[in-house]
Design a protein around this ligand. Structure first.
Ligand code: SF4
Ligand code: SF4
Length: 654
């Protein structure tokens, strides 16, 4: 069984990718990590770049020389990379370049529910949208070919449930990567002059509006398929059993195309297509034509036009933005086809969050029950309509809501608590950032007043200062985020005479995305041990003063450090240095013994729980002599960090 991200990695290796660069971000992070495991076998160069913009530019250099390159990121990372990516769209590439940008419907672990299919249209880059891991494996190989055929970067945009799904596939034979290309100087081609951009714009318009819609209409990724009632057919089986890429000239029920003049049909792309087919199967609905869109940009217009002409009503299932829906509406208007298109825009499909088999089943059942709608009983004739036992069995049991919390023993808890203690009663603002430490917003710490995007903590604190100079402005940023996009903000703060305290929560890793290395860790993705880049020296070089390094588990020293830094006239910094507990033993930390609550001393005040919110602490069923419920510590979670024992007013935690 292969995970979606591993399938993408294997597809890229199979395509002979020479250089891979990216910045970690859920749900995309495993792609580079998996490629890295095979780099010595294939000779592929792999790096975690400091951010997505750097990754895109590194890849551009190699691609200009004719090497195949892969860039990985999540959807918000594409915002960071958008400057070079937009320009690369115009300038083009020589060696195939695939940008894997993983979208996060929900969102599950992101700031926004951005849709990269819309970015594809905005940036004019062709886009591949896989529905399954196996499709992603095949698509990325085709995307490299396609990139070289049209000299353009290509976007592959899986979503979380494709990235993290598992599918059975044969592990491919991996051979050495392609011979790296050699750069040939040609400033007319590689220098982005306005005149060249004008000409490129015309060329790209022609390609995207005429050539590719026709080409994609014949592609197997865009096709009309038919629901098969109760039999659950895997996507790979379905692809084998149905002639794919049914084009406008061929669709008939016998060849897997759409029945002409069927009153209703569906359209879907990405994971929503799988949900839809499963829902139709569970509901026992047969012979409904489904337009599957695997290339949402440029949209396969001829295929869509023929599909529209054959149906009176089409219901579109897709996550994030109504991209397929709007394209169908546009084509219907342009070609004056009388077909009602339903989806997010008319409220048939939820406008935000993930879809699921259950959500789609409910929508279809509602359509069945609504006489004004065209999914009639006739489409389900002979199938027993809805298969109630299947739908009842598939109703999920509601799970308890578990908000994310900092781990037991997380050093960030000590850092936040020290700042909170030191600044009690003062007028403050706490600007947070993206990483595990965003969880500092949770009660009882409540130490994140703002969180916008990577690196914005440092710059936003400056805005608060210039607006209210009497406010103590704090920013919290992790070590990896500091390298990714924090340094610019520090330069801005010092240059523009801000007064603020920058708290760098240095846990020696990129924790939230899975502990990737960064310039401060002293190792690269190629496995080389390199000189660590010192955050302290960077701050010193920019002119930050004072810069205080402190262990966040030493609360007395940490509180003193915060007080001293907050009194500085300009830009000060505190580096809270302690490893993420998840990698602490790897970096030589010896785990102290787990602590226990001395039942004879505990007065049941719950200060430890109410102020720290450590998940290892809970209220016990035992009581003390005064009948007060005691606190207990879960030994399997406690790391012996001692923060709670420093907080306990009667030293009951030992
Ligand atoms: S993974 Fe590490 S940094 Fe993240 S919450 Fe847990 S201990 Fe803290
Ligand atoms: S802070 Fe100390 S005394 Fe109070 S509940 Fe916790 S362990 Fe008991």
């Amino acid at each position: 069984m292969i995970m979606g991200n591993q399938a993408i990695a294997l597809g890229a290796l199979k395509a002979g990718v020479n250089l891979v660069a990216g910045y970690p971000g859920t749900p995309s992070s495993e792609i580079i990590e998996f490629i890295s495991k095979y780099k010595s076998k294939t000779g592929t160069y792999v790096e975690w770049s400091v951010n997505e913009k750097a990754a895109a530019e590194v890849a551009a250099g190699a691609s200009y020389a004719g090497s195949r390159t892969l860039i990985t990121m999540k959807q918000v990372g594409l915002n960071v990379a958008s400057d070079p990516v937009m320009c690369l769209s115009y300038v083009g590439v020589k060696g195939g370049m695939v940008i894997v940008c993983a979208d996060d419907p929900g969102p599950i672990s992101s700031q926004t529910e951005q849709d990269t299919r819309n970015f594809a249209q905005y940036s004019k880059l062709p886009c591949f949208d896989p529905s399954t891991p196996l499709e992603a494996y095949e698509m990325i190989q085709e995307a490299f070919e396609f990139s070289e055929k049209y000299n353009t970067p290509v976007l592959l945009r899986p979503t979380t449930r494709v990235d993290h799904a598992y599918e059975s596939m044969d592990f491919p034979e991996l051979s050495p990567c392609r011979k790296p290309g050699e750069f040939e100087k040609d400033s007319k081609r590689w220098v982005i002059f306005p005149r060249a951009s004008y000409l490129n714009h015309k060329r790209i318009f022609e390609r995207n509006e005429k050539t590719l819609p026709a080409e994609f209409s014949k592609s197997k990724w865009n096709s009309v398929r038919v629901s098969e009632g109760n039999s659950v057919v895997s996507d790979s089986e379905r692809r084998e059993s149905l002639p794919l890429g049914c084009t406008s000239s061929q669709p008939t029920p016998s060849n897997g195309g759409h029945p002409r003049n069927a009153p209703v049909a569906f359209a879907a792309g990405g994971i929503s297509y799988c949900y839809l087919m499963e829902a139709l199967s569970i509901l026992g609905i047969k012979d409904i034509p489904v337009l599957k869109i695997g290339n949402p940009y440029p949209f396969p217009k001829p295929l869509a036009e023929e599909f529209l002409k054959s149906h009176k009503q089409i219901v579109v299932f897709e996550e994030l933005d109504p991209v397929i829906e709007e394209n169908l509406i546009k084509i219907a208007g342009y070609t004056r086809v009388n077909c009602q298109i339903r989806g997010k825009l008319d409220g048939t499909v939820p406008e935000a969050g993930e879809l699921s088999v259950e959500i789609i089943s409910e929508i279809i059942k509602n359509l069945l029950n609504d006489k004004g709608n065209a999914v009639s009983r006739s489409e389900t004739a002979g199938t027993g309509a809805t298969n109630s036992s299947q739908t009842e069995n598939s109703t999920p049991v509601p799970l308890p809501v578990r908000p994310p919390v900092l781990c037991a023993g997380c050093p960030h808890r000590g850092s936040f608590y020290a700042v909170k203690q030191a600044m009690k009663g003062k007028k403050t603002v706490y600007c947070g950032d993206i990483g595990c430490y965003t969880l500092g917003n949770a009660m009882p710490l409540d130490m994140t007043d703002t969180c916008l995007c990577m690196g914005a903590d440092i710059t936003m604190a400056q805005g608060f200062y210039h607006n209210e100079p009497d406010r103590h402005c704090f920013s919290f940023i992790g070590d990896s985020t500091f390298f990714a996009s924090g340094i610019t903000g520090v330069v801005n703060a010092v240059y523009n005479q801000a007064k603020q305290t920058i708290c760098i929560l240095d846990n020696s890793t990129t924790a939230m995305t899975g502990h990737q290395p960064h310039p401060g860790t002293g190792m690269t993705m190629m496995g080389e041990i390199v000189e660590k880049i010192s955050i302290e020296k960077i701050l010193e070089g920019i002119g930050v003063s004072p810069i205080i390094q402190v262990n966040p588990f030493d609360q007395k020293a940490a509180v003193e450090a915060v007080q001293k830094a907050s009194e500085a006239p300009g830009v000060s910094a505190i580096i809270f240095k302690a490893p993420c507990i998840a990698i602490a033993q790897k970096v030589g930390w010896e785990k102290p013994h787990a602590l226990t609550v001395n039942a004879d001393k505990c007065i049941g005040c719950r200060k430890c729980i109410n102020e720290l919110g450590c998940p290892a602490l809970s209220v016990s069923t035992k009581t003390n002599a005064k009948g007060k419920q005691l606190v207990e510590i879960d030994k399997s979670l406690c790391t012996g960090c001692s923060l709670c024992s420093q907080v306990c007013p009667v030293k009951a935690i030992e």
